[in-house]
Design a binder for this molecule. Structure first.
Ligand code: ADP
Ligand code: MG
Length: 604
């Protein structure tokens, strides 16, 4: 065949290619660089670590430490692949106590950046400086520097432009970097951490700050007040840390931190065990909060995991989960005991939301809002200026017309529909029986009316007499600041209150004030996770979260009055397809006359 592709000969890849490939694994994003460098600093025994990033790490990531530094010879080795001072033999792998051990982080980072290493040991007169560009050693010199190490990573991915394209927006990458530093700051009590972005100090944790003080610096005093100490042992596990009172919850797992032998980790078993410990103490859908340090013999753990992943597998996952659960449960039980003894009361929730009343009704500024709900158009939006979307907007075709309602004719009579199992409404249509999920339907109606309300630009945010205070972690502050106008558009007016505290000063009447702070946290978490790409995604997600903060939602299991039932059906008739709730669950299912006839053998 003429145009058959020639078979390429097998070749050993040149080293720089190997390095670039490996770099892809280790250096997924700026936050991975921060992670590796901070871990190295900790491994070097540093008690002060400063992380500086510029443009969320795309331009510069610099980590300074006062650790033991390196000799000139070690500095050269450090940037070689598989050079590590931390293991020598395969058996050592079983007994790892340090953070990194594969000896590939620095080589990988240096392969995809303009890299500089300056390091000095206490006994050396001068520091050594190495400069590497895209994996090629460019320059070695001596310089003056304090004891310790400074690594500067400029122009990450300058030679791998495809990878650079996968980076998310500044806010997302930045909050990931901050997250890493935060986790280490919690794990390494005794070490001072500073984090600077574009020369602004975002995090400043002194060396002597206790774990509780660290939590207070990160999430505010009121948060820290609701944490209790944990120190318990069982079956080879030793748990320490701080865990939340059952009154301190979040709707997501954003404030659960697990550490194993002082390294931040992710583990399903720990997480489930921890949550199991709170079972029956929390309302459905609420997540407990905790900073849980687990100390166990390293041989209980499978270390052969991906270097940049934090996932840990225990040799016996079930035992780990059960042990955590028991220890957490025991601690909470003690707590209720002491509480009862001291006050005669159960632990009282100290929620962020404070009692509020509404007085003057204030008209909000007209929304500078495009028609994003019905027909998203490509291009930047005011909401999204900070989102450098790697994906094109997935909007519908311009001019596309919304599908018309399918269920328009049915139930045009006075009888209210029958409600069964406290959850479903039964409505006969021409040749079928419609079975409607009242909760799903109500959610959808609320969603639609919210969309309409925001679109009409005449919603009213009502001023709160007593503003609701919000403690926002430093990692989310920037996100909040950047998106204040998004919140305003959603009917939540938020203003800075000083430090990490913000206040909700006005809310749209659709919201339940008691859930407003939670809504803000959830939106911020969603933004921080960076899964909101397009403007359309962003708005849809915000609205979905918003619905849950809406007042007076009809729940499954609610008995409804005749009027309520008729009202729902009226709303249903006006719905446009798809017939799903904002979370994508179906609203309606049908039993056709044909199906019934078949069941009764009236028809084949
Ligand atoms: P690993 O941490 O897996 O050993 P790295 O590539 O991260 O591999 O680092 C290679 C080696 O460089 C380390 O083993 C350590 O000896 C040395 N090193 C790296 N960073 C520092 C630092 N901040 N201070 C002192 N030594 C360091
Ligand atoms: Mg390392």
């Amino acid at each position: 065949m003429a145009n058959k592709t020639a078979i390429a000969p097998v070749r050993v890849l040149p080293e720089d290619v190997v390095n670039k490939i490996a770099a892809g694994e280790v250096v997924e994003r700026p936050a991975s660089v921060v992670k590796e460098l901070v871990e190295n600093a900790l491994d070097a025994g540093a008690t002060r670590i400063m992380v500086r990033v510029v443009a969320a790490g795309r331009r510069t990531i610099e980590v300074l430490d006062n650790g033991h530094g390196m000799s000139e010879q070690d500095a050269h080795l450090a940037i070689e692949r598989h050079a590590t001072s931390k293991i020598r033999t395969a058996e050592d792998l079983e007994n790892i106590h340090t953070m990194g051990f594969r000896g590939e982080a620095l080589a990988s980072i240096a392969a995809v950046s303009r890299f500089e290493l300056v390091t000095r040991r206490a006994k050396d007169a001068a520091a050594v400086r190495l400069r590497v560009e895209g994996g090629v050693l460019r320059d070695v010199s001596q310089t003056a520097a304090p004891e310790g190490t400074r690594i500067t990573v400029n122009r990450l991915y300058f030679n791998t432009p495809v990878r650079a394209k996968f980076l998310k927006g500044v806010t997302t990458e930045l909050s990931q970097c901050l997250d890493i530093v935060q986790r280490h700051a919690l794990a390494a009590v005794g070490v001072a951490f500073q984090f600077e972005h574009n020369e602004k100090l975002l995090l400043d944790i002194p060396e002597q700050a206790t774990l509780r003080e660290r939590a207070a610096l990160l999430w505010g005093r009121s948060f820290a007040k609701e944490l209790v100490d944990l120190d318990a042992k069982r079956d080879g596990f030793h748990l320490t840390g701080l865990i939340g009172l059952p009154s301190l919850t979040r709707s997501q797992r954003s404030h659960q931190f697990f550490f194993l032998n002082n390294r931040p980790i992710v583990s399903r078993s720990l997480q489930y065990g921890f949550e199991d410990g709170y079972r029956e103490l929390l309302t459905i859908g609420r997540r407990p909060v905790g900073i849980v340090m687990v100390a166990i013999d390293p041989s209980f753990v499978d270390v052969n995991i991906h270097p940049s992943k934090r996932e840990v597998r225990f040799r016996d996952e079930r035992a780990a989960r059960e042990t955590i659960q028991l220890l957490v449960r025991e601690r909470l039980a003690q707590l209720t005991e002491t509480m009862r003894a001291e006050t005669g009361l159960p632990p009282r929730p100290v929620a962020f939301a404070q009692p509020m009343e509404r007085i003057e009704t204030q008209r909000a500024e007209p929304l500078a809002f495009e028609d994003v709900f019905t027909r998203p158009e490509p291009g930047p939006s005011p909401v999204q200026t900070e989102f450098e979307s790697p994906e094109p907007d997935r909007g519908s075709e311009p001019g596309q017309v919304a599908p018309s309602p399918v269920y328009r004719r049915f139930g045009q009579h006075d009888d209210a529909p029958l409600q069964v199992f406290g959850t479903y409404l039964l409505v006969p249509d021409e040749d079928r029986l419609l079975i409607i999920d009242q909760h799903a339907l109500h959610e959808r109606m609320t969603y639609d009316s919210l969309v309409a309300e925001l679109q009409d630009r005449d919603y009213e945010a009502q001023r709160l007499v007593v503003p609701i205070l919000l403690d926002v972690p430093p990692s989310h502050r920037q996100l909040l600041e950047k998106n204040l106008d998004t919140f305003t558009r959603l009917g939540l007016e938020i203003e800075p209150f000083g430090g990490n505290t913000y206040q909700i000063t006005a809310i749209c009447h659709l919201y339940d004030a008691g859930k407003a702070s939670d809504l803000v946290y959830r939106v911020l978490d969603a933004l921080a996770q960076g899964d909101l790409f397009s403007r359309e995604d962003l708005m849809a997600s915000l609205l979905r979260l918003t619905i849950e903060a809406c007042r007076g939602s009809v729940k499954a299991g609610d008995r409804l009055t005749t009027e309520e039932r008729s009202g729902l059906i009226e709303g249903f008739r006006r719905l446009r397809p798809p017939y799903t709730c904002p979370h994508g669950r179906p609203i309606v299912t049908e039993l056709t006359q044909v199906q019934m006839e078949k069941s009764f053998r009236r028809r084949q």
